[in-house]
Ligand binder design. Structure first.
Ligand code: CTP
Ligand code: MG
Length: 210
C-alpha cells in the first residue's frame, strides 16, 4: 500500500509570534526539516506552504486560510492509497507510534494517535472550579492521523460543500459517520504551540537520535 504523508505547514504561528512555525529552528534544523526526515521512508510527501514561501525539491501545494483548507489542497494532490496527515508543528516523529497507526488504518480505514490526559480535568465556570471531567474517558488528539485517501477526500469535499469547519481530519471523517480508531500516541510528538514549547523541543532535539 502506497503511503502519502501530507504536511500542513502553512500556519502563521501567531501564538509564538516569530513567523510561520515550519521555518523556526530547533537543534539546528527547521521544524519542516524535522518532519521531512521523520517521514523519509514514505512513498510520497506533500507540503502545504504559507503564501509567498517556496522550497525547492519538494512536492508542494498552496496553503489555505485555515488548516482544513490546507489539508483539502494536500489530499487533492495526494496519490497514495493511504494518507497520513501530520502537523509540521510536531517535529518529533516516533516510528513505533507510526507503525501502530498504519496497522489501525489498514484495519479500520481511519485512525488517529491520542495520549491520555495527564492532569485533572475540570470545567471552568466563570473563573471558578466547575465540575470535574472524568479524564480516564478523555484523550488528547495528536497527529499523524491516517486514512484511506478516498475516505478523507470524500469527507473534505462534503464538509466544504456543507460549510462546516473542523480543527482536525479525524473529526471530519467521524462527522461523515465513519469510525475512527484511537491509537496510543507518544508525548514526544507534542505540538510546538507556545514560545516555551520551543525550549522543550530544543531540549528533546539534543537527545534525539532516531
Ligand atoms: N496550518 C496550515 N494552514 C493553516 C493553518 C495551520 O497548514 N491555514 C498548519 C500549521 O502549519 C501547523 C498545523 O496546521 O503545522 C497545526 O496548526 P497550529 O499549531 O495552530 O499552527 P499555526 O496555525 O501556525 O499557529 P497559530 O494557531 O498559533 O497561528
Ligand atoms: Mg492555528
Amino acid at each position: 500500500m502506497r503511503v502519502s504523508v501530507l504536511l500542513p505547514a502553512a500556519g502563521q504561528g501567531e501564538r509564538i509570534g516569530r513567523g510561520p512555525k515550519a521555518f523556526l529552528r530547533v537543534g539546528g534544523k527547521t521544524l519542516l526539516d524535522w518532519a521531512l526526515e521523520g517521514f523519509a521512508w514514505a512513498d510520497e510527501v506533500v507540503v502545504a506552504l504559507p503564501p509567498g514561501f517556496r522550497v525547492d525539491g519538494l512536492k508542494t501545494v498552496p496553503g489555505g486560510q485555515t488548516r482544513q483548507q490546507s489539508v483539502f489542497n494536500l489530499v487533492q494532490a495526494a496519490t497514495g492509497e493511504v494518507v497520513l496527515v501530520h502537523d509540521v508543528a510536531r517535529p518529533f516523529v516516533v516510528r513505533p507510534a507510526i507503525e501502530r497507526l498504519l496497522q489501525a488504518v489498514r484495519a479500520t480505514g481511519a485512525a488517529t494517535l491520542v495520549v491520555p490526559v495527564p492532569d485533572t480535568l475540570v470545567r471552568e465556570d466563570d473563573g471558578r472550579y466547575g465540575g470535574v471531567i472524568a479524564r480516564e474517558h478523555h484523550r488528547l488528539v495528536q497527529t499523524p492521523q491516517g486514512f484511506r485517501r478516498e475516505l478523507l477526500w470524500q469527507a473534505h469535499q462534503q464538509a466544504r460543500a456543507a460549510g462546516i469547519a473542523f480543527t482536525d481530519d479525524a473529526q471530519l471523517v467521524r462527522w461523515l459517520g465513519h469510525p475512527v480508531a484511537l491509537v496510543e500516541g507518544d508525548r514526544r510528538m507534542f505540538k510546538v504551540t507556545y514560545p516555551e514549547d520551543l525550549i522543550l523541543a530544543e531540549g528533546l532535539a539534543q537527545v534525539w537520535n532516531s
